[in-house]
Design a binder for this molecule. Structure first.
Ligand SMILES: [Zn+2]
Length: 273
């Protein structure tokens, strides 16, 4: 069984003591590729270094919406330079977070930085990894509305492959209507550990409507560990628990879901079969 984890923060200090073991365990459990997204300049650089020293690891570079304190013309320029590395496959993670950020001026900065990073992704013809979180973790609200408006405007300017597959809404936590709007803009939807949680029937019901060729599976390590390891430090080797749950929801075998999501990731990130 060949699996892919399209979102894991292996640069976090929670992996400092055993990072090599974590990657080895991932490979031993069937993960052929892992994608480490950047959160600002430092973590983007670390993601690229991890990709450089591990054949199965790929990187994305960008500024996360809750990590904008150091965003400037010069740090953005440094991140842009990192993006020319052959193992950088996307711009991310970028987006909108109204959960941690409540001040309207700071939210406006998030939107502005997002637009700048989308423009950069278009310039280098790479897909984007989008973070979106609502105030109070609601399923619909200002964040979804603002994000979809910005993505729609951007998507309308794209051409070719990037227009056909502009990116992924990572760890999707919106309602079905938002999912359908994102799908209409050709975005993929990333599914993480919460789909396995006991009280997540509604999330599973929404997930049942996602077309299989638009699903990516992600651990978001070290966060969001799936059942039965919920509460522990998450790591890429646990991604199969998410594949198993999606298999159940979509009445497929885990091997089929692994193959489909691995192919989806290869198509979006263009890193070969
Ligand atoms: Zn993340």
């Amino acid at each position: 069984m060949q699996l892919t984890d399209t979102h894991c923060h292996l640069d976090y200090n929670k992996f400092d003591s055993d990072r090599a073991d974590v990657i080895r365990r991932a490979n031993d459990s069937g993960l052929i590729r892992l994608l480490v997204p950047g959160l600002q300049h430092k973590s983007s650089k670390e993601a690229v270094q991890l990709a450089e020293s591990n054949p199965s690891v790929y990187a994305a570079v960008g500024f996360h919406p809750t990590d904008l304190e150091e965003f400037s013309e010069s740090t953005f320029q440094q991140v842009k330079e990192l993006a020319s590395h052959p193992k950088v496959v996307a711009v991310g993670e970028i987006g909108i977070d109204y959960y941690w950020v409540k001040e309207s001026d700071k939210r406006a900065i998030q939107r502005d930085v997002l637009k700048q990073q989308l423009a950069f992704a278009k310039e280098i013809n790479k897909p984007v990894i989008i973070h979106m979180r609502e105030e109070n973790d609601a399923w619909i609200g200002e964040a979804s509305i603002d994000l979809l408006r910005i993505l729609e405007e951007w998507q309308g300017t794209l051409q070719g492959t990037l227009a056909e597959q502009p990116g992924v809404l990572h760890s999707f936590n919106g309602n079905l209507e938002t999912a359908q709007k994102a799908l209409a803009l050709n975005f993929y939807l990333g599914i993480t550990g919460p789909v396995t949680y006991k009280n997540a029937d509604e999330k599973r019901e929404i997930t049942r409507h996602f077309p299989l060729d638009k699903i990516l599976i992600e651990t978001d390590s070290p966060f969001l560990a799936p059942v039965p390891v919920r509460g522990k430090r998450n790591e890429p080797a646990f991604v199969h628990h998410i594949a198993d749950k999606i298999a159940e929801i979509h009445s497929k075998s885990p091997a089929e879901i692994a193959a489909i999501t691995t192919a989806n990731a290869a198509r979006l990130f263009a890193w070969g079969d």
